[in-house]
Design a protein around this ligand. Structure first.
Ligand code: DX5
Ligand code: ZN
Length: 222
């Protein structure tokens, strides 16, 4: 199952509702929401009140990417605000097991995220406890950066491990994905694609969603 998760970070925030409708109407399944604290990453973005407003407005699956230090402090808040998937960073959390568990207890999907320089093998102990792994293909913090090719090794490793061990976590990739390089993560085994500037940063958002979906559908048939 291949899923598109457009990243809101590239939206025009004065026109967010209309843009979300376009994503829905053209077949996006998830909405990727980047939360930053200015500590774990050198940028600040949006938080709980925005997720709450979006929840009232759309049925899209809210894929919340917490780029915040010690994310265990905010799991309840984002769950209550209406997140469906809560992604925490391996590098940011001292209580990974209990935080992943807490997300599940609250009835949400959990995901563990790794930065480009983290090796996928470091998270092997958690792979039987996650619904999704998020592989960052740029340094987290900003949209519009270039795709780091080497991070495909993390995708390949996670994909082989999942097949060899009969696990079924999704593999999401985030950062620098565009219409030109989209096939690379799909070939490597990713099945959830985040794209910010290549979708919400474009003039015709609907057309971009349809293009991404059409490429992903080819993989669905394989
Ligand atoms: C970066 C964020 C991404 C970002 C991706 O820290 O996690 O989700 O919005 O944007 P693009 O697709 O423009 O690289
Ligand atoms: Zn993200």
């Amino acid at each position: 199952m291949y899923i598109l998760s457009p990243s809101l970070l590239s939206a025009d925030f004065t026109d967010m509702g209309r843009q979300i409708r376009i994503l829905e109407e053209n077949g996006a399944e998830y909405l990727h929401i980047d939360v930053m604290d200015g500590i774990f990453v050198p940028n600040i973005s949006i938080g709980v009140p925005v997720v709450k407003s979006i929840r009232k407005f759309t049925e899209l699956v809210l894929d919340v990417h917490l780029m915040i230090t010690q994310p265990q402090r905010y799991i309840e808040a984002f769950a209550a605000a209406g997140a469906d998937i809560i992604n925490i960073h391996y590098e940011a959390c001292d209580e990974i097991d209990s935080t992943l568990e807490k997300i599940k207890t609250l009835g949400k999907k959990n995901a563990l995220t790794i930065k480009p320089k983290t090796n996928w093998k470091d998270i092997i102990p958690y792979l039987n406890k996650v619904d999704m792994v998020l592989v960052m293909s740029v340094e987290p913090g900003f949209g519009g950066q270039s795709f780091i090719e080497e991070t495909l090794e993390n995708v390949r490793g996670l994909y082989s491990y999942k097949k060899e061990n009969g696990l079924n976590y999704d593999i999401e990739i985030d950062g620098g994905i565009n219409a030109e390089n989209l096939k690379k993560p799909l070939e490597a085994g990713a099945n959830v694609i985040v794209a910010g500037s290549a979708i919400l940063g474009k003039r015709d958002i609907g057309q971009q969603v349809r293009y991404f979906k059409s490429v992903m559908e080819e993989y669905d048939k394989k």
